[in-house]
Design a protein. Structure first.
Length: 451
């Protein structure tokens, strides 16, 4: 790392969410990351199972369709009608926000970061229309939350927006990018919403808090990938060490044995810059001897054993990675796939429970914002194990579609990712005949090498 890169690294740190996304998007080992985690400066991304793990956990957890199930329906027919109407309203809100697609990105946040943030906004799209609810998924790095018990009493959200500004002549206009900050206060005696554009308060969107709660839902889970990141770093660092060992054995250093004679600084610098790619001729005097620097022992073998140990730890701690590898190598037998998948059922069930808690809370908050009563309901996820490997392939291919744009764009404009979901599903059905090849790409596209 150069002196300039080191200085930049000192000034910039990588947050936990940014670290997780770097592994998911195969963008690790930038200078600030290497410096922050004290890694060998020649480390490269050779091994990275994170994308495979995220894809398989997302597919098994979410399935293709989430449904809403009302719990303990009332005996009174009119009550049942009301509950059914509330359910239909939730389904309408989901449809308006393409939530059946958004759910995958929500799961990615939880799997990567143990946290996801959703904000709800009540909007009237035009005069004479019923108000609607806008669901926005935020980067947890951009949200600060303060709680009193389980109650959110303060929230601050940072983001970007495009603002239309009219020209002075009133005949046209243009869009400008502005930094937007929203702050919500729900403290006894002070309930307010404050919004600023480029640091200037916006009177139109600031004012009293419209509800007796802050319209933000914080999803949390115990599923944790963070220990995996450290193991991957160790594995790739050993790989970098091995490269250098093999490099030195292929073109070894030379050094002098005559006491009291040292290379001058210019010679040292030239040798370092050459990376031993040029034949080095040194004259140290008639009594000097030169010899190669050779490594004794089996250091390379020990490093390879260390890598094997790390891989075994990863496979023991994350059986979902083993399951993903099985699928990427072909169509495993039903028994083999089921045996391995049963090892991750508990993980999937736990993740589903956390998602159920957050989404049902989101649904009821949306109903309250529209002046409706809450309903006692839960999510229907479907079986954890698909009926066939091809069905799992189809889900993974659908997940891949969320990676066709950047994370920032997805967070801001997620409903626009798949403008025609029905056509997308038809395309997936047409591609099922080549499912075995597609699953290899679906699980391995983000890996740089076979693992």
């Amino acid at each position: 790392m150069t002196e300039n890169e080191t200085l930049k690294a000192l000034l910039k740190t990588v947050s936990k969410p940014a670290r997780a996304w770097a592994f998911y998007e195969n963008e690790i080992y930038k200078s600030e990351y290497v410096y922050q985690y004290g890694l060998f400066d020649e480390i490269k991304e050779i091994f990275n199972p994170v994308p495979k793990i995220v894809f398989i956990m997302n597919a098994l957890t979410m399935q293709k369709q989430l449904d809403i199930e009302i719990i303990d329906k009332k005996d009174n027919d009119s009550d049942n009608d009301s509950e059914d109407a509330q359910k239909q309203l939730i389904e309408k809100i989901w449809e308006d926000n393409s939530f059946q697609n958004m759910k995958y990105l929500l799961a990615v946040w939880l799997i990567l970061n143990k946290k996801a943030i959703i904000e709800l906004n009540k909007k009237t799209l035009s005069k004479g229309t019923e108000p609607s609810i806008i669901i926005t998924l935020h980067d947890p790095d951009d949200v600060k939350i303060e709680k009193q018990g389980n109650k959110i009493i303060y929230a601050k959200i940072k983001g970007k927006a495009k603002i239309f500004k009219k020209d002075k002549d009133g005949m046209g206009g243009h869009f400008e990018d502005v930094s937007v900050t929203k702050e919500f206060y729900n403290i006894e005696g002070f309930k307010r919403r404050k919004e600023t554009y480029d640091g200037e308060p916006n009177k139109d969107t600031s004012g009293p808090l419209g509800f007796d709660y802050i319209p933000i839902i914080e999803f949390e889970t115990d599923y944790n990938l963070e220990p995996l990141f450290n193991k991957i770093d160790q594995y790739n660092q050993i790989e970098a060490y091995l490269d250098n060992i093999f490099y030195l054995h292929g073109d070894p250093l030379i050094w002098d044995t005559k006491e009291g004679v040292q290379m001058d600084e210019t010679t040292k610098e030239n040798i370092q810059k050459s990376r031993f790619k040029h034949q080095v001729m040194l004259h140290m005097g008639s009594d000097a001897k030169m010899q190669y620097l050779e490594m004794q022992g089996n250091i390379a073998q020990l490093m390879l054993q260390k890598q094997e140990g790390l891989l075994e730890l990863i496979e023991n701690d994350y059986p979902e990675y083993v399951f993903a590898k099985m699928l990427s190598k072909g169509d495993p037998s039903g028994d083999a796939a089921e045996i391995k998948a049963t090892e991750i059922v508990t993980k999937v069930e736990s993740l589903r429970g956390d998602i159920n808690d957050g989404i049902t809370k989101m649904n009821n908050m949306a109903l309250k914002m529209l002046g409706k009563s809450e309903i006692d309901h839960k999510l229907k996820f479907g079986d954890i194990l698909p009926k066939s490997v091809k069905e799992l392939v189809s889900m993974i291919m659908e997940l891949r579609s969320t990676k066709l744009i950047t994370r920032e764009t997805a967070l801001k404009k997620f409903p626009e990712i798949i403008p025609d979901p029905e056509q997308e599903l038809k395309n997936l059905e047409e591609e099922e005949k080549k499912a075995l090849e597609d699953i290899h790409r679906g699980l391995s596209d983000h890996d740089h090498t076979e693992d």
